[in-house]
Design a protein around this ligand. Structure first.
Ligand SMILES: *[C@@H]1O[C@H](CO)[C@@H](O)[C@H](O)[C@H]1NC(C)=O
Ligand SMILES: *[C@@H]1O[C@H](CO)[C@@H](O)[C@H](O)[C@H]1NC(C)=O
Ligand SMILES: *[C@@H]1O[C@H](CO)[C@@H](O)[C@H](O)[C@H]1NC(C)=O
Ligand SMILES: CC(=O)N[C@H]1CO[C@H](CO)[C@@H](O)[C@@H]1O
Length: 559
């Protein structure tokens, strides 16, 4: 839109959508606004927007893309704009409580409430809709394995991992793979002694594990987090969870073998131990503490860091996290009750991926690809985040005096960790800031992984040992339409990032200074190398482990 008047320096720009007679009053999506001194001038000044604008909004003010801390603002009107940006967001995005004493979550009951500015469109291959429709409307149990297989033919056949699971789910080796690399790599840890509440004695397991038992590494898969949880009702029926314990042995052949399974935590006659069996899929729970911390971090960021703040720009994908969490919550995949127990155990340090992996002894297990890949990924991200922070903060004083940052951290600790960790010590030091940001960044980042087991059972776990028929097994499964429902949500959660098209997608204009570009290029190079190493390793594997490979995620990681 050419103008003949000299406009001087442009710092804020007002946009207005006006309804015109004869035209529909539609909302418009505005990307970036480019301003040039003259049509010949190659220099553009960019005013990012990436929002939906309505006629009812009146003037919408946009500022330039110069990322900076509040105290570095040179003009009062920009400081002012910054404050108004936050006030608006704080009115819209509020903290809510789902469970007394649990970490707080965003107070939003539906994805529609998020509105178009905070939603993204997910483009994904559509499954065979007509075929699935007949299943979605069915409210009975699955009648046979064959039926499940037919369903799968129409629903998962392009997915190589799903195909592999279908062929191998009954094998010990696959169970082992899933414990270490599946949806819930956070539940396995190394142990020295047999846990007191698992009624297994060395005598019981000796026939299956000759003298080796004493030497090899023992691990436990512990779903204590599910114990005493009120399970949901689905289709008006109560569902059940099994807080099982599984003893695993890491033998000299480098295999992690299940030795004994106890379906509930408290030992007793009604809680038999199944020894050296072929384990069928347990009712695992796709709970990830990263989802919750991701949401806390995301909500705090939207409320306390204006878009122009360097740390907001470090986590631009934060908006899709919110949407994913609300969706997951609505479908009750993420049971917020879990947070109760988890927060009690959630230590700030356990968010540090390398420490967590070492404490649980996973780094010593070569087939734990989750551990290998997460460590590599963490290192690269940590260096990137550290470099990023050093660009904007020179010393501890800068950290202490950034009130936006202080409010942000305070909110994360009071709302997320419920003040369990001492806040004071996190607020003042640069290296602590780098650590916090790396951890939160990784938490947001690792928050999208998926599961292939039922989310809950439709009968209480068995209290006796004995043979089970196929029909018995199906009576534990969710009904046909709830399975389909869960499947569709899981497929949404596990979409590769490439399939997200965040409407307000991260904008390279914010990253246009020389130093930031250099950092971004550096971490990209590093991630590319990691991806190559992972690809080389995967080419040797029967079931490639790709979840944490950076080339799967490149598009949406900040880089
Ligand atoms: C989207 O953001 C713009 C700019 O802040 C605002 O004017 C508009 O009202 C928002 N749209 C909705 C639907 O909230
Ligand atoms: C059972 O033992 C495991 C392993 O020691 C422990 O983590 C878990 O908290 C125990 N569960 C209960 C209910 O005591
Ligand atoms: C399953 O179908 C029944 C009846 O058609 C419906 O009431 C219920 O909400 C459905 N459940 C899910 C999870 O879609
Ligand atoms: C949002 C974000 O979290 N970025 C990526 C980080 O890694 C995950 C998991 O592997 C990707 O799926 C994310 O898109």
């Amino acid at each position: 839109m050419p103008s003949n008047k000299e406009v001087g320096i442009v710092v804020l720009l007002k946009l207005r959508l006006e309804a015109q007679p004869g035209f529909l009053d539609l909302d418009w999506h505005c990307g970036d606004v480019h301003v040039r001194r003259s049509s010949e001038d190659p220099e553009v000044e960019v005013f990012p927007c990436h929002k939906w604008i309505r006629t009812a909004d009146g003037n919408v003010e946009l500022r330039n893309a110069k990322v900076c801390l509040k105290k570095k603002e040179t003009l009062a009107i920009l400081t002012n704009h910054r404050e108004r940006d936050l006030q608006q967001k704080q009115q819209f995005i509020k903290w809510g409580t789902f469970v007394v004493d649990g970490p707080h979550c965003v107070d939003m009951s539906s994805v529609t409430a998020l509105g178009p500015n905070f939603s993204y469109i997910c483009q994904r291959p559509v499954n065979n809709v007509h075929y699935i429709k007949s299943f979605i409307e069915r409210r009975t149990s699955w009648s046979s394995l064959q039926e499940l297989e037919t369903f799968f033919l129409f629903n998962g056949r392009e997915n190589t991992i799903a195909k592999y699971v279908q062929a191998h789910w009954q094998e010990d080796a696959f169970f082992e793979y899933q414990c270490l690399n599946g949806c819930n790599p956070l539940c396995v840890r190394q142990i020295r002694n047999l846990p007191p509440n698992l009624s297994v004695t060395s005598e019981m397991v000796r026939p299956f594990l000759p003298e080796e038992m004493e030497r090899g590494q023992r691990n436990i898969l512990d779903y204590e987090v599910l114990d005493q949880l009120p399970a949901n009702t689905v289709n008006d029926k109560q569902t059940y969870l099994a807080a099982s314990l599984c003893l695993l042995h890491y033998n000299r052949q480098g295999e992690l073998k299940p030795i004994a399974v106890q379906l509930q935590q408290a030992p007793g006659p009604q809680n038999p131990v199944l020894v050296a069996l072929v384990v069928s899929p347990s009712a695992t729970f796709p709970f990830l503490r990263t989802h919750l911390i991701g949401e806390v971090c995301c909500t705090a960021t939207l409320r306390q860091l204006p878009e122009i703040h360097p740390l907001h720009q470090l986590m631009p994908h934060i908006r899709s996290t919110l949407q994913i969490n609300i969706q997951a919550f609505l479908t009750r995949l993420v049971q917020y009750h879990c947070c109760l127990l988890e927060t009690q155990r959630l230590r700030y340090s356990s968010m540090c991926v390398p420490d967590d992996i070492r404490v649980r002894g996973l780094d010593a297990i070569p087939i734990c690809y989750y551990a290998q890949d997460a460590l590599g990924f963490w290192d690269a991200l940590h260096r990137f985040v550290a470099g990023w922070i050093r660009l904007y903060y020179c010393n501890d004083e800068d950290v202490q005096h950034d009130c936006e940052l202080q409010n942000w951290i305070r909110e994360i600790f009071t709302q997320g960790f419920l003040g369990l960790s001492a806040i004071g010590s996190f607020l003042c030091k640069m290296h602590k800031l780098i650590f916090s940001c790396s951890a939160l960044h990784a938490a947001v980042n690792f928050s999208q992984v998926c599961s292939n087991s039922p989310a809950a059972m439709s009968r209480p776990p068995s209290q006796t040992k004995g043979s089970v028929s196929e029909e018995d097994i199906f009576s534990f499964f969710p009904e046909v339409n709830s399975s389909c429902h869960v499947l569709s949500v899981l497929s949404l959660l596990s979409q590769p990032a490439i399939d997200f098209v965040p409407l307000c997608h991260y904008n390279e204009w914010y990253f246009s200074s020389g130093a930031t570009i250099k950092l971004v290029e550096e971490v990209r190079r590093e991630l590319k190398m990691i991806a190559k190493d992972i690809a080389d390793r995967n080419s040797q594997l029967e079931l490639p482990y790709t979840y944490l490979s950076p080339d799967h995620i490149e598009n949406s990681v900040t880089v």
